[in-house]
Design a protein around this ligand. Sequence first.
Ligand code: V47
Length: 396
Amino acid sequence: MSVLSNIRAKLQNGERLGFDDGVALFHEPDLLALGQLANELREARHGDRTFFNKNMRVEVTNVCVASCLFCSFAKLEAHMPDAHTMSLEEAWKELSDRMDDPPSEIHVVNGLHPGLPFEYYEELLRGYKRIKPDVHLKCYTAVEIHFFAQLYKMSVREVLERLRAAGLDSLPGGGAEIFDPEVRKKISDDKATADEYLDVHRIAHSMGMKTNTTMLFGHIETYEHRVDHILRVRTLQDETGGFQAFIPLAFHPDGNGMKNLPAPTAVDDLRTFAVSRILLDNVPHIKAFWVSSGPDVAQIALRFGCDDIDGTIVHETIYHSAGSGVPQGLTYEHLVRLIQEAGRVPVERDTFYNVVKEFPKASVGEAAFKVRDRKAKKHLAVVEPVRSLGGKEIAG
Ligand code: V47
């Protein structure tokens, strides 16, 4: 029996996959067969539905006391030339400027700034809720929450309670990196450990908060480390049930302490999405973050286990500092088209996966042709008169 048929048989018998199965899946040479298995599991949960939301990213400060090897975004100290901390007014303006087509979710991720008062973070949330009371605030990673607890001498629960009273709705998944202690020590020594990161999520879940979690892959870790990471997520999820989505993040090497490493390839991205879906039998959503994998790979990922694609994201900077050449945001229409052309049903969701709007499934190619038709008509409406005026041929 091949490795994959063996694993398929285990799943059919309701057996749970273990560490060795996970490693074997990463070594499976037949990428399409691996993707097929992940796709079956994805379709069993979600059919063709593919979720996305209208979100906005804000990074209010890149000042950071941690020195993660993979990070091209953080500047160590506030006086350094590219260090930047937004005033509350600047941060709020990011939302008030977009109130003609507002996001349903704001995702805030920051550096670990040693010099701001805790009230800054509370007031940031209050201000966003004043501007848009129903906006969902998915703010501050578990690493930030752990840092706040240390810096402001509170327990993690107190930090979360105060932030929740100020408007915090859920936690994003950033800061997980790789849980294995040896790898973590090498790439991310001076911030929350894996246990501390997971503990913040455990406490948030116990307070009834939903959270996401991530894995940074494609740097110095091995397949074994990835499996270990995914299984630690699965174990906590067994305990709490509070994770909504798992997001594998492909490492970007530009401008950081691991710049000599190659970025993971598309095949590695797809394999990692697929194995995540297969192993994480208790996390409802596997999210492709198109900023990290690129829109093209994220689109294919929708057939390799992913059922969610993040998001319309206005204003991303972490990946752009690390050399990502993709746009800073995708329009709503672009995302819908990307999902439809993958043969899926686009579903705009809120942060808790309630349906905001469900689109029809387009026949393959239809979505592409529609957009091209519309754009071509617009283009020809401009080009044709110019042609007839000058009588000159226009290139193309
Ligand atoms: O924690 C930083 C990662 C994360 C690099 O919760 C890098 O819905 C690759 O967590 N190459 C922030 N990755 C982004 C994040 C996230 C993204 C989308 C959705 C959600 C969610 C969360 O980005 C950081 C870190 O792990 N990161 N630098 C880099 N050079």
